[in-house]
Write a protein that binds this ligand. Sequence first.
Ligand SMILES: Nc1ncnc2c1ncn2[C@@H]1O[C@H](COP(=O)(O)OP(=O)(O)O)[C@@H](O)[C@H]1O
Ligand SMILES: [Mg+2]
Length: 339
Amino acid sequence: MSSETRWARRTGSVIGEAAGEGAQCTGPPPRPRRADLQHCAPVPRRDRETFPRDPVKTPASLQTLIDDGVIDEVLRPLKSGKEAAVYVVRSGDDVRCAKVYKDMAQRSFKQRVQYQEGRKSRGSREARAVATGSKYGRRQQEAEWKNTEVDALYRLREAGVRVPEPHGYFHGVLLMELVTDSEGFSAPRLGEVELAAEQARAFHATLVRDVVRMLCCGLIHGDLSEYNVLVGPDGPVIIDFPQVVSAGGNNAARAMLLRDVNNLTASLGRWAPELLDTWYGEEMWALFEAGDLQPDTQLTGRFTPDLRRVDLDSVRDAINDARELALIRQQGREAQDED
Ligand SMILES: Nc1ncnc2c1ncn2[C@@H]1O[C@H](COP(=O)(O)OP(=O)(O)O)[C@@H](O)[C@H]1O
Ligand SMILES: [Mg+2]
């Protein structure tokens, strides 16, 4: 592996699954010990390897894909969260990733309303139905929520953002590239690897550039953190887009963008502390608002707020939005812990 892509898997209680998505980063992580690595390594063998496996119980939605000839086999479950369950599947000679969305009843309605603000419904009938909250409207909203991720993946690939290559959306299942590490294991998340300072700086630059490209498409991830970035052999890959936010039509867009960038900066700042003094989110938003942001705009990370034009209402709104989102996420984590 080249020095540019050198990193080690890092596991343990601080950044492990138990911390939950959206958890705040506190202090430097402990050095990984060999025993931790062995204990926590999530995928001990290559996905392509053929070896006797415990039979995997195939969920109904994936069985439909097998029956339709879209995939051939479910190899193993990868992860099951509150919103979706992810599986490794085989389509012919290709090993892919299938994300099966869970039903609406299991997700926070309030949270979705906030994220969906500013998204365009497909037609006026649909928009009216969603607004009235009728049964048809809820079904419509459910479909939109599920479609959003695949739409975003196609759009972002096109814009040059490093996201998994989508292979279609069938019966509530998103089929996409399985992101792997250089040895063929499913890729670790950003919070699970140990990085050299130089590597952390390079990852930060790549991710900031990808966030800019997204913003130039009018999109903000909305839940970007070390839990939704995988580390492949060529660098970071952003995943998990059902909550993607419209940059132009959502009142909380700025707060969400700043939170996304701050999460990345806080994570990578553990390895390269000078990143903690940068202001990329603020800088890119100011350029975006002024209509001056381009996918290749060179950012400096420096930002001086214009104190003559402080709009107290929007500051208060942003604080309240961030507070409310933090609360919703906390409730989500608590509900997940109870499951
Ligand atoms: N394309 C992919 N390649 C490899 N692993 C993936 C891929 N998509 C998701 N995963 C794994 O599944 C986990 C959950 O997927 P994600 O899209 O973040 O859904 P959610 O967080 O809503 O459960 C990720 O943290 C990652 O470990
Ligand atoms: Mg996720």
